[in-house]
Design a protein around this ligand. Structure first.
Ligand code: ADE
Ligand code: ZN
Length: 324
């Protein structure tokens, strides 16, 4: 089964590129840029990754990305991830990034885009991975800041496959971002949003009604509203589920308690993803393997989850045909 899951052509649709920063690269970039880290060693960094909730993770996630300063840093970050993903049998990756988190540290959007763009082109050329880019807005920052960043990104709109919404969910409902998502829609840019990770099912509904998202990131708390589950099923709205993330951020107590089997039973379109692989114990393959251990699903279930991801990915139709 392990071999089958490794060889299965997988697409990763929910991946924060800043959350793929392994401690080894964090230390190398800290050295290169003269940035001081709050950890004595790679092992000490890993040992600090014990989270109580989403916010306690976000605190270290934003701290860790302080080592990213130049376009080469963003290139190395993404290339390091693409190489690991390739080795796990990942054939398509959609990387989210948080431009505001870097702008706040004085790192220009052009620097971020140059590094990520260069890595995407190299991964496509040398590893045969197709990629997409999702520009995410920080929901715990003001909505007008998101709008300013989005307008500032005008020279890059062509290379952005979707906009997203992430960071601290509680108290920051999708409704706060209605305007900037409407602007993206006006420009024909697809929309996704984290909802129903720590926040309530009502946030999933808002993401659909007010942001007109085509996919929901996480969404696991939809189960608290049966009518919403029916709607997600009937409208075939995919959820990008991240089981190891949900365990590490205590959204669920244990992988055995994860709602994935119930979501599957409800007939939803599901995909398996890693979210922040450097912080949560592994990439997309580790997430597939964890589900195999916990739920003993057969090959057909995993093949259909992998197929879902390819069917709902932002990729051109020829690539999709080639992968299906
Ligand atoms: N940013 C990075 N990882 C995230 C997560 N799991 N939820 C919300 N925002 C994030
Ligand atoms: Zn996420």
């Amino acid at each position: 089964m392990q071999d089958f899951l490794k060889r299965l052509p997988k697409a990763e649709l929910h991946l924060h590129i800043e959350g793929s920063l392994e401690p080894e690269l964090m230390f190398a970039l800290a050295e290169r840029n003269g940035v001081e880290l709050p950890y004595a060693s790679v092992e000490a960094a890993r040992a600090a990754y014990a989270f109580e909730d989403l916010q306690s993770f976000l605190d270290l996630y934003y701290q860790g990305m302080a080592v990213l300063r130049t376009a080469d840093d963003f290139f190395d970050l993404a290339m390091d991830y693409f190489q690991r993903a390739h080795a796990e049998g990942v054939v398509h990756v959609e990387i989210s990034f948080d431009p505001q988190a870097h702008l706040a540290r004085g790192i220009e959007l052009s620097v971020q885009m140059e590094g990520l763009g260069r890595a995407r082109r190299q991964a496509e050329r040398e590893l045969g991975i197709s990629t997409a880019l999702i520009m995410s807005f920080l929901r715990d920052c003001p909505a007008d800041e998101a709008m300013r960043v989005f307008e500032q990104a005008a020279p890059y709109w062509e290379t952005i496959d979707a906009v997203g919404l992430d960071s601290a969910e509680r108290g920051h409902p999708p409704s706060k971002f209605t305007e900037v998502f409407a602007r993206a829609k006006e420009l024909g840019i697809p929309r996704v949003a984290h909802a129903g990770e720590e926040g309530p099912a009502a946030y999933v509904r808002e993401a659909l009604d007010l942001l007109d998202v085509c996919r929901v990131d996480h969404g696991v708390r939809c189960l608290e509203e049966p009518a919403l589950v029916e709607r997600l099923r009937d409208e075939r709205i995919p959820l990008t589920v991240c089981p190891l993330s949900n365990v590490r951020l205590k959204v669920v107590k244990h992988i055995d308690d994860h709602p994935l089997p119930r979501l599957l039973e409800a007939g939803l379109v599901l995909t398996l993803n890693s979210d922040d692989p450097a912080y949560f114990g592994g990439g997309v393959l580790a997430n597939y393997l964890a589900c195999e251990q916990a739920f003993a699903w057969g090959k057909e279930t995993f093949a259909s989850l992998a197929r879902n991801a390819i069917e709902v990915a932002f990729m051109d139709s020829r690539r999709r045909q080639a992968l299906l």
